[in-house]
Design a protein around this ligand. Structure first.
Ligand SMILES: [Zn+2]
Length: 449
């Protein structure tokens, strides 16, 4: 067992170094950070490959070789971060200050904390293997990507396109889950095994163009207003997948709120009215609602250029997020049926790509759960369908069983600082995360520690 105090100090120091590289995307500029990671790994004898898809952009792949009995496991994290509103921060977002038990900085949660945990996992494994002389049952592959926050075209998209051979793996661990502290220190670890798919749907109202001095009954903006009113009253049907069933039934084991806990148990009950009632109760919480049905959010409104000209079209852009296996065409069909306003069209303008779900009873899932229980015997480990989109979808399309974990136990309030002001990670949670990733990877790669 490595000396936990030394590991703790090294983790903090490395995360601080990582945060101090300003990788705000755009423009990203991840190359200097990738060089730091490369140096840290090479220094201890780990093989690395540095790839540069664009000037000053980079991706780093590092590999600890196993005996090849099993297919590799990937540890994935992205190096770029979203921008900051500096004036709203109490700490310099790129200074990585430690204060009151927290480490502050842009990316501390998303995703540099995990990047540091993955780096530490590689270094700890390498040191243990060098010391004991044992061989892993599979390769452990560290992947640090660029450009995730802008959609990943230059990052994971580019890697899949150009270096697919380097991504050959059975399993992957990535961001996208949650380790949430809910009540009196009790925690649940939500391991993301699938994600919703994001599409863009445009609703356009058509009418006659004309001079605003002569009001027209088919004014496109007025039509659009009535159409939006109709579509916002529409609720997509509740859909229970195997994954959401497991999510709620396991969450019920530790959920503090009595009414919600009963609803979690009754959801999917053979008694139809009881199940429907449970769905109604859980749907009142927006995040639960989002995993129970396809989501429709109006996000952009377009129409008109000048105060005295009636435009012939006006439109609203909807971000539609479908559950895996659900068709966006069916959602559009239902929207067309509820919008009875004449002269209104509904079209899919950008189609997301379907990705299969990862198996919530695989050896990787079990390795994560077993390690979590070892660290915290009372933790509930639940498979989870995330409402957000991550690079894991690209890996699942390659046939890799990818799982999303945010391995750092956090309250909702701390977690909400992700992409916000004063992003910070509790030092204790950082250490828990390193032990969780290291333990799960050691397990799945057959290392005796
Ligand atoms: Zn992220």
């Amino acid at each position: 067992m490595p000396d936990q105090d030394r590991v703790r100090a090294e983790t903090i120091e490395r995360l601080q170094t990582i945060i101090r590289f300003d990788t705000t995307n755009p423009p990203g500029s991840e190359l200097p950070l990738a060089l730091y990671l490369e140096g840290s790994l090479k220094n201890e004898g780990v093989d690395t490959t540095l790839l540069t898809p664009e000037k000053n952009r980079a991706q780093l792949i590092a590999r600890i070789r196993g005996n090849g009995n099993e297919r590799p496991v990937i540890l994935l994290a992205h190096m770029d971060v979203v921008g900051v509103q500096r004036a709203s921060w109490t700490h310099d977002p790129f200074a990585a200050d430690v204060d009151g038990g927290y480490l502050y900085g842009r990316g501390a949660i998303d995703d540099k904390g995990m990047l540091a945990a993955n780096l530490m996992t590689m270094l700890l494994l390498k040191r243990e293997l060098d010391r004991s002389g044992q061989k892993l049952s599979r390769d452990v592959v560290f992947v640090a990507t660029c450009d995730e926050e802008s959609g990943g075209e230059v990052g994971m998209g580019w890697l899949v396109e150009n270096h697919r051979d380097l991504l050959d793996a059975e399993y992957a661990l990535n961001e996208g889950g949650r380790t949430r502290i809910i009540d009196q220190g009790r925690c649940y670890l939500a391991v993301q095994a699938a994600e919703k798919i994001s599409h863009v749907v445009t609703v356009t109202a058509h009418g006659s163009a004309g001079h605003a001095a002569v009001p027209l009954p088919d004014n496109s903006i007025a039509r659009l207003g009535r159409a939006i009113a109709q579509l916002s009253n529409h609720v997509e049907p509740l859909l229970l997948t195997g994954l959401t069933r497991q999510f709620f039934s396991r969450l019920a084991e530790i959920w503090p709120n009595q009414v919600e806990r009963t609803a979690m148990i009754n959801l999917g009950d053979a008694h139809e009215a009881r199940s429907a009632d449970a769905g109604r109760i859980l749907s009142q919480t927006p995040v639960f609602n989002a995993v129970l049905r396809n989501g429709i959010s109006p996000t952009v409104i377009e129409g008109g250029k000048q105060f005295n000209v009636i435009p012939d079209t006006a439109g609203v852009v909807l971000n539609v997020r479908t559950l895996p296996g659900q068709s966006v065409n069916d959602v559009v069909g239902r929207l067309r049926a509820v919008i009875t306003e004449p002269g209104v069209t509904v079209e899919v303008t950008q189609r997301g790509i379907e990705a299969p779900a990862s198996d919530p009873s695989s050896s990787m899932f079990k390795a994560i759960a077993d390690t979590a229980h070892e660290l915290d015997p009372k933790i509930a480990v639940v498979p989870y369908l995330s409402t957000g989109v991550t690079d894991s979808a690209r890996l699942r399309r390659l046939g890799i069983q990818a799982y999303g974990v945010l391995p750092f136990p956090m309250s909702q309030a701390d977690e909400e600082r992700m992409h916000g002001n004063d992003e910070r990670i509790p030092i204790e949670s950082l250490h828990f995360g390193v032990r969780l990733i290291h333990g799960a990877v050691a397990r799945i790669a057959g290392a005796r520690l």
